[in-house]
Design a protein around this ligand. Structure first.
Ligand SMILES: Cc1cc2nc3c(=O)[nH]c(=O)nc-3n(C[C@H](O)[C@H](O)[C@H](O)COP(=O)(O)O)c2cc1C
Length: 198
């Protein structure tokens, strides 16, 4: 986790892409790849939940019972691929994933987990009461009878905030055929920008 001083160029670009696609609901979806215990890639669509306050880290949420949570706990290397349809830009953001479940010890991250939970709809919060996701369907699953916990209640134990600490960004824009690589230097303090052949 790195505190933001001035925004890196990739983030300024990404925020402009988000703003331009404000009316396009699916512009908040991106693909997140993690690594399975046997070394194979694992990829899925998730929803962008903003930046962790005061940092350039990307937030998303997940049920703690999903594979990505155990995968990232074992190997935190991860990459996001995010495509913006109108501007034809692709961002590939790679870095390290931190999974913030109920037992995570960092209080600032627990506060962030509670803040994201508060910002979610009743419908989205209710999903964290569902029967074990990814388990084979038996037909005997019991859907929860109780309403979802209120937003101001603590997050359910199945609720996991995931935070991607971005280390490198590959930006590709197909209209003008421009490509840039942004890398965080070894001290983690400043970003280097390098223009690449597309
Ligand atoms: C449009 C869309 C949005 C999704 N958003 C999320 C999300 O924000 N978080 C999440 O864990 N899964 C989300 N999913 C489900 C994942 O793609 C995936 O099926 C699930 O996380 C299980 O993956 P895993 O077991 O490999 O972790 C979404 C699926 C779709 C189609």
């Amino acid at each position: 986790m790195m505190a933001t001083k001035t925004l890196p160029a990739w983030r300024t670009k990404l925020q402009a892409s988000l703003q331009r696609h404000e009316g396009v609901p699916f512009s908040k979806f991106f693909q997140l790849a993690t690594i399975k215990p046997d070394g194979r890639p694992s990829n899925r669509t998730v929803v962008f939940r903003g930046f962790l306050e005061g940092t350039n880290d990307i937030q998303l949420v997940s049920d703690i019972r999903y594979n990505k949570v155990a995968e990232a706990a074992r190997n935190p290397a991860a990459e996001v691929a995010w495509y913006f349809t109108d501007s034809r830009e692709q961002y590939r953001l790679s870095g390290l994933l931190t999974m913030v479940g109920p037992d995570h010890e960092n209080q600032a991250l627990q506060d962030a987990r509670a803040a994201v939970w508060r910002g979610m709809s009743d419908k989205a919060r209710a999903q964290y009461l569902w029967p074990a996701p990814g388990a084979p369907k038996t037909g005997k699953e019991e859907m929860p009878q109780q309403p979802p916990p209120a937003a101001d209640q603590p997050p359910l134990p199945t609720f996991c905030l995931s935070v991607l600490s971005v280390k490198e960004v590959d930006y590709y824009e197909t209209n003008g055929q421009t490509r840039y690589k942004y890398s965080l230097d070894g001290s983690g303090d400043s970003w280097q920008e390098l223009e690449l052949n597309a």
